[in-house]
Write a protein that binds this ligand. Structure first.
Ligand code: PLP
Length: 480
């Protein structure tokens, strides 16, 4: 190989292919509605079309794009379709994609302030903006004892909170000596699976997670929490943590923070509040009731990567006691020592999460907030909530259907009164039709359809059509 030979893509080539890629993306945005929402491929279909071995010689970008169209696209479930009502929204938006592109281009590793000051400072700044935007307690701001950080996911946020709680409870000794006490954490029966996973990863054990019973609205019963804590203390265990949820995954239930908070305070439990999807609603003053009592929380998280038009991954995690978090996670080897860190004047975000390296994720969040403005974000959140409330009113007005849980925001849990077989049939028929996609849960041991409205492209006509289709399938299937 001659010395000057290069296999790299030149900036000129990149410019040309980059334009093609952007054209492809813009076309996808206009055509996403035409694809079946739920991918129709069978297990192994995608791999069967891929070559067994990596190419020896480089290939053209054209051939890659062709394979994307022919092999990859049929294997995509279209989370960006306006007819996507499953799980929770996982939105992307123009400004967010552009921010991600810029972040990829700069290729910054933001582990320390000094490894890219803008990466840390923009993150701190945008997270402070969000404290105001959501009207969160001032102790989550960086000019207090607390502050915010972008985590990959709500699962990571819960794990970090749990670790900090464990350390604070033992005056930061278990990190050094290992777990000897039996630490107990509390949450409701409706909690997200990430809480149990965090117990396992933290070495505290799934069995030491107490699932507190819920009321008829699927919200945690504070009196039952109090009783459980007392029982554990009496047994000689160490209660250390409670996770409350604002908008449970199953049914969007809101745990009563205002009653859980005083118990956590009295019992010296770290209170973590998980508002992964629903936190975004607090952009609108009329939905801030979901955060009543949040002033008691030691930590809080919500996911702009769900409902705030910012592509995965982007979870905003706040703590009121950043010293506890940093003492828990900081290990400083010689090769990372630097003057800025020693001066104490900067934030090194490597000490605020599990990995060392970190991407420049604040860029996309900054672009999204600046593109929409608070007003623009509010407008779309209100639209989604309004549509969900309307959908719920149709369910209530139809004697063949019933609501399965209250509908505080944008998630409607409902069922056909004929029972589980009918509901399962409606869901499977429509999901395999590709016309729309929604999922299910179980509430009080009964199958319930789960209809989440929050996809960026969803308009009223999509919700109207979905309800028409649901009714149509149920009428055709009478007798099930
Ligand atoms: C979606 C969700 C999670 C998990 O979110 P990740 O960011 O994927 O970890 C956790 N808790 C609640 C309440 C959720 O809705």
């Amino acid at each position: 190989m001659p010395d000057n030979q290069s296999y790299h893509m030149s900036p000129a080539e990149f410019r040309k292919l980059g334009h093609e890629m952007v054209d492809w993306i813009a076309r996808y945005m206009t055509q996403v509605e035409e694809y079946p929402v739920l991918s129709q491929v069978k297990p192994g279909d995608v791999r069967a079309q891929l070559p067994d071995h990596a190419p020896e010689q480089g290939e053209s970008f054209d051939s890659m794009l062709r394979d994307v169209q022919q092999i990859i696209m049929p294997g995509i479930t279209h989370w960006q379709s306006p007819n996507f009502f499953a799980y929770f929204p996982a939105n992307v938006s123009g400004p967010s994609i552009l921010g991600e592109m810029l972040s990829a281009s700069l290729g910054v590793q933001g582990m320390l302030w000094t490894t890219s000051p803008a990466c840390s400072e923009l993150e701190t700044h945008v997270l402070d903006w969000l404290v105001e935007m959501l009207d969160l307690p001032a102790h989550f701001k960086s000019d207090s004892t607390g502050g915010g950080v972008i985590q990959h996911t709500a699962s990571d946020a819960t794990l970090c909170a749990l670790l900090a709680a464990r350390e604070r409870t033992t005056n930061f000794q278990t990190n050094h000596t290992g777990v000897t006490q039996k630490f107990i954490a509390y949450t409701s029966t409706q909690v997200h699976s990430s809480m149990e996973k965090a117990m396992r990863i933290a070495g505290l054990g799934s069995d030491n997670l107490r699932l507190i019973e819920v009321d008829e609205n699927f919200a945690m019963k504070p009196a039952a929490l109090q009783t459980a804590v007392e029982a554990d203390r009496a047994a000689g265990h160490t209660p250390c943590f409670v996770c409350a949820t604002v908008g449970t995954t199953s049914s969007n239930a809101m745990d009563p923070l205002g009653e859980i908070g005083p118990i956590a305070e009295k019992e010296n439990l770290w209170l973590h509040v998980d508002a992964a999807m629903s936190g975004t609603a607090a952009l609108c003053p009329e939905f801030r009731f979901i955060h009543d009592g949040l002033e008691y929380a030691d930590s809080y998280c919500f996911n702009p990567h769900k409902w705030m038009f910012t592509n995965f991954d982007c979870d905003c995690f706040y703590t009121r006691d950043r010293a506890a978090l940093i003492r828990t996670l900081s290990v400083l080897p010689e090769y990372l020592r630097n003057q800025a860190t020693e001066s104490g004047a900067v934030i090194d975000y490597r000490d605020w999460h599990i990995p060392l390296g970190r991407r420049f994720r604040a860029l996309k969040l900054w672009f999204v907030i600046r593109h929409y403005g608070v007003q623009g974000l509010r407008h779309h959140i209100r639209e989604h909530v309004q549509l969900a409330q309307e959908f719920a009113s149709w369910v209530e007005a139809d004697p063949a259907f019933e609501l399965a849980a209250p509908v505080p925001l944008n998630l409607v849990c409902f069922r056909h009164v004929a029972g589980d077989a009918m509901n399962q049939h409606i869901m499977e028929t429509l999901n395999t039709s590709g016309k729309l996609f929604f999922t299910h849960t179980k509430l009080n041991d009964k199958f319930a359809l789960r209809f989440a409205i929050g996809q960026l492209n969803t308009q009223r006509k999509h919700v109207v059509r979905a309800w028409e289709l649901i009714k149509e399938v149920s009428t055709q299937s009478r007798g099930l």
